[in-house]
Ligand binder design. Structure first.
Ligand code: HEM
Length: 545
């Protein structure tokens, strides 16, 4: 008997438990054929094995000797920084053409080299690079001589061209320092193992900096196979193949757990002091960097004579497309920073538009390579897992598998919050107390993101202990919001409570998932050397937003 009728619980290969008849696959397939196609990964420069890491290994050298000068500057970056020769060398560098770059791997290598050179140029002295330039005579302020932070033509012109080609901003993004900056130690061994990875370039030459990037490379590589797995799950949900969806979610949850273990390995070889004082200053961007010595941002001398100050965030793991892919495929939604769960619907009911808010996670997409950004948009348009699980709640195995993924992703964010506390919050407090006690005769400290004091900056509201970026939200509350949003779509009532921030139903007794030293009121604490720290008083992160 042919039944073209939908039931909540039918499977391709079994009888429907509701009506005890065999449903035809045709109907599910027909409906699936009417949906937008799930496009192949290769359309978006994504590798089925390595995910957002390139299928072919990053180039270790540009093949055309014409680019030898770029290569030799980056090969000698630490020596040039140490001898304070880097700025002079870059200023004397001829402006090379990008027309000799051919394969996409060459454009990526060029992007990586120019990103390292640009950040080293800006941040590699005692102060962010300054130069005097005269404003045009026609300007009302023409008599003034202005101080500008600028990137010279020799690197600005080719960098802007390479960025246009790769659809990236002219900064050392996650793509430049992580995705396109690694090599396997042995080419016949896998790249998802930290034991087989090494970096191509670092600012400092330190093991800590290499490790900081490589943990992310390993996470990208280990997480890469989740992408085709979950695209198949989307296709399976379309034809109501609940077994495949459940199995895919199982594998996804297990992989997420492995990614959490990889993240924890950061502590093995990346020292928080080295990270905070040596590495992070080089990764800083030019946005909200007044306290670090860039009051207006940076000028890229493109030779047009019309150059203006621009401001970009620095390199950050928040620019990883992989973590955003996880959110999208699971239907996790991140609201603008600071916006509570039902705030938008309440204002809609009252007929008032909510005030515009900064959605940091969304903004980070503009720091991803164009094809990866478009892939995330594509996945958003086809993602159906949350909806599918939500409409099959009687399928316990399916709900449990879905909730397990949310739990694992939330746990990953929890580990990350503790990491940010140890690498940024505690270090910033230490350096603030050290600054207060520093002798007036002590050697001058370089001005950079690590030495910047936000207390001299904008957030001087009386009574406020929080140091905020222009987005108006402190770092830890932002990260906590992203973590808490991860648990929101949970299906099972028990899982929902477990993954929520606190008792949702009048204080029922249940075990709350560990949140690393966090009190019930949401206040973070962490045990440092000298005591217990409240974590709500934070400064901007890598992007210093
Ligand atoms: C020493 C290690 C790390 C530090 C100090 C650190 C610091 C930060 C900071 C400060 C932010 C806030 C945004 C910004 O200012 O850039 C952030 C966001 C983020 N980081 Fe990390 N991070 C570290 C490692 C990692 C790793 C290895 C990953 C990869 C899993 C990662 C993934 C993310 C993501 C996805 C965000 C966006 C917020 C979210 O989606 O929850 N971070 N990180």
């Amino acid at each position: 008997m042919i039944v073209i009728k939908e039931h909540s619980d039918y499977h391709l290969t079994s009888r429907c438990r509701e009506c005890q008849t065999d449903h035809l696959l045709i109907e599910a397939h027909r409906r699936s054929a009417m949906l937008p196609p799930i496009l192949p990964l290769l359309d978006f420069d994504i590798s089925p094995e390595n995910g957002f890491l390139p299928t072919e290994l990053p180039l270790e050298l540009l093949p055309d000797p014409y680019y030898h000068k770029w290569e030799s500057i980056v090969a000698n970056l630490q020596a040039l920084l140490l001898s304070k020769r880097l700025r002079g060398v870059i200023e004397r560098l001829p402006t090379l053409s990008t027309t000799r770059l051919e394969h996409v791997s060459e454009w990526r290598r060029a992007y990586m080299l120019l990103g390292f050179m640009t950040h080293a140029y800006i941040w590699g002295g005692d102060k962010p690079q300054e130069v005097t330039f005269k404003k045009p005579k026609t300007s009302i302020r023409s008599i003034c001589t202005d101080l500008a932070q600028r990137v010279p033509q020799s690197i600005a012109i080719p960098f802007l061209q390479v960025c246009a080609r790769l659809e990236l901003p002219p900064v050392a993004t996650y793509a430049g320092v992580v995705l396109w900056n690694f090599k396997p130690i042995f080419s016949d061994e896998p790249i998802d193992s930290l034991e087989n990875l090494s970096t191509l370039t670092t600012f400092t030459g330190s093991l800590d900096e290499s490790w900081f990037y490589l943990v992310s490379v390993a996470i990208e590589a280990r997480g890469g196979p989740i992408i085709p797995l979950m695209l198949d799950a989307i296709a399976a949900a379309r034809i109501n193949d609940s077994r495949t969806v459940t199995e895919s979610l199982h594998t996804f949850a297990e992989r997420l757990d492995e990614l959490g273990s990889l993240l924890q390995r950061m502590y093995e070889n990346c020292d928080p002091h080295v990270f905070y004082h040596r590495i992070r200053p080089f990764l800083a961007g030019s946005k909200n960097m007044a306290d670090a010595g860039l009051p207006n941002g940076v000028i890229y001398e493109d030779g047009s004579g019309q150059e203006k100050y621009t401001q970009y965030g620095g390199g950050s793991n928040a620019q990883s497309s992989l973590i955003q892919f996880f959110d999208i495929v699971l239907g996790v939604e991140h609201r603008p920073t600071g916006q509570k769960r039902d705030e938008s619907s309440e204002s809609e009911q009252e007929g008032t538009a909510p005030p515009p808010r900064h959605n940091f996670i969304q903004d980070m997409r503009s720091y991803m390579p164009g094809p990866h950004r478009r892939f995330l948009e594509h996945v958003s348009s086809v993602a159906n897992i949350r909806e599918y699980v939500g409409s099959h709640t009687s399928n316990r195995a399916l709900s449990i598998a879905y909730d397990a993924c949310l739990a694992m992703l939330r746990a990953l964010r929890d580990k990350h919050i503790q990491m940010v506390s140890r690498y940024i919050i505690i270090k910033s407090r230490e350096s603030r107390s050290n600054t207060r006690s520093i002798s007036p005769r002590a050697a001058p400290q370089p001005i950079n993101i690590a030495s910047a004091s936000k207390q001299q900056g904008k957030d001087v509201r009386p009574g406020s202990k929080k140091l905020r970026g222009t987005g108006g939200t402190a770092l830890i509350p932002f990260l906590k919001q992203a973590r808490d949003e991860t648990g929101e779509p949970a299906i099972d009532a028990w899982a929902k409570r477990l993954l929520s921030n606190g008792p949702a139903d009048g204080g029922a007794n249940f075990a709350a998932l560990g949140k690393m030293g966090e009190h019930a009121d949401g206040e973070m604490e962490i045990v440092g050397l000298a005591g217990t720290w409240a974590m709500d008083d934070s400064e901007g992160g890598l992007c210093h937003w």
